[in-house]
Design a protein around this ligand. Structure first.
Ligand code: SAH
Length: 329
């Protein structure tokens, strides 16, 4: 199987210029033991997603290896680091990362599904890995016991970034996560860096992941609930904010800036505690939409730059602070 792993590493190398520690880690871990299905080696060791297990109506996959290498690289993963993986599935990527961080490091994988979690325990035991721990829980809460972490690596498309991850991250630590922007069905991955002043995020790559469940996949419902509590307070719109950018760009930027969008009967809403807005090619606002206006103002300063070229600023609770362009920081 070593030859097949070398073949995989050659494919990963074609996708980017990755650190030797990362490539070597892929040489160490047999991918087939993480799958309950039997595949031919040219499938298991292709640079592709494979379905690794099913449980009733859900399933889990091992993500594309070169994309994982890119996430590790963007996270700055190095020997000795402590990593929290959210959505560890049957554990392949966590075990690869365990080789990258080495014996002085630690990987903690959190998986919401009990069956997939059990499979990951089995695989790690079969490999006699002592620097990887698996937890069966909702990844929204992170895992306090081993905090602080150098890196949080998210391998499931999350609707928002959990403030718990920020709390459990070291200063200068990074989170790499695909964000599920449900209103435009897009999953851009971002690198979120914790600084002494707050959190700074930049776009990394467009992705396709399994959509998160639990508290990482209920943002739309939560925002709809907030909307239904306040919408009766207003009858007439107070304003209409026209923006010179497409619906696609606007909804993307507003989702990532504020985690405040929801969808109902074909309409997209932006929800605040005491005000809301509805997307009609521009924002039709109801009440004092302070946050919405702050985002519009900041975005105007960037001359409505697309999401991929923006820098997002937040506080430690992941509340919006400001926007800049990449080339103007
Ligand atoms: N890293 C895995 C890929 C897993 S796919 C590997 O290398 O094989 C994404 C996983 O995220 C699925 O197993 C899914 O059950 C899990 N998941 C979904 N929502 C979650 C949540 N809220 N918390 C933790 N895990 C979650």
């Amino acid at each position: 199987m070593r030859d097949w792993r070398e073949w995989l590493v050659r494919q990963i190398s074609l996708a980017g210029n990755f650190d030797r520690h990362i490539l070597d880690a892929f040489l160490q871990v047999p991918r087939e033991i993480f799958s309950e299905f039997k595949y031919d080696p040219d499938v298991v060791y292709s640079d592709n997603v494979i379905v690794t297990a099913k449980d009733k109506d859900t399933y889990t996959t091992s993500s594309q290896p070169s994309l994982m290498a890119l996430f590790m690289s963007a996270a700055g993963l190095k020997p000795g680091m402590k990593v929290l993986e959210i959505g560890s599935g049957t554990g392949y990527n966590a075990c690869v990362m365990a080789h990258v961080v080495g014996e002085e490091g630690l990987v903690v994988g959190v998986e919401i599904n009990r069956k997939f979690f059990e499979k990951s325990l089995e695989a790690a035991a079969a490999l006699s890995l002592r620097n990887v721990v698996f937890v069966n829980a909702d990844g929204f809460f992170g895992f306090e016991k081993f905090a602080p972490y150098d890196v949080v690596l998210v391998t499931v498309a999350v609707e928002r970034i959990s403030p718990h991850w920020i709390g459990q991250l070291k200063i200068d630590g990074r989170i790499v996560a695909p964000v599920h922007v449900y209103t435009i069905d897009r999953q851009p991955a971002f690198v979120f860096e914790k600084t002494s002043e707050g959190v700074v995020a930049k776009h990394l790559v467009e992705t396709r992941f399994i959509k998160a469940g639990g508290s990482l996949g209920d943002l739309n419902e939560r925002n709809l609930e907030r909307l239904s509590r306040i919408e009766k307070m207003f009858v007439e719109p107070s304003d209409f904010l026209r923006l010179p950018s497409s619906q696609y760009e606007t909804l993307g930027v507003f989702h990532v800036a504020s985690w405040s969008l929801c969808e109902r009967l074909g309409w997209v809403y932006f929800v605040e505690d005491n005000a809301f807005a509805r997307w009609k090619g521009g924002w039709e606002t109801y009440g004092e939409t302070k946050l919405l206006k702050a985002i519009v103002e900041e975005w105007a300063r960037t001359r409505y730059t697309s999401m991929t070229l923006l820098v997002f600023h937040y506080d430690y609770d992941m509340n919006f602070k400001g926007l800049e362009r990449w080339d103007e920081t």
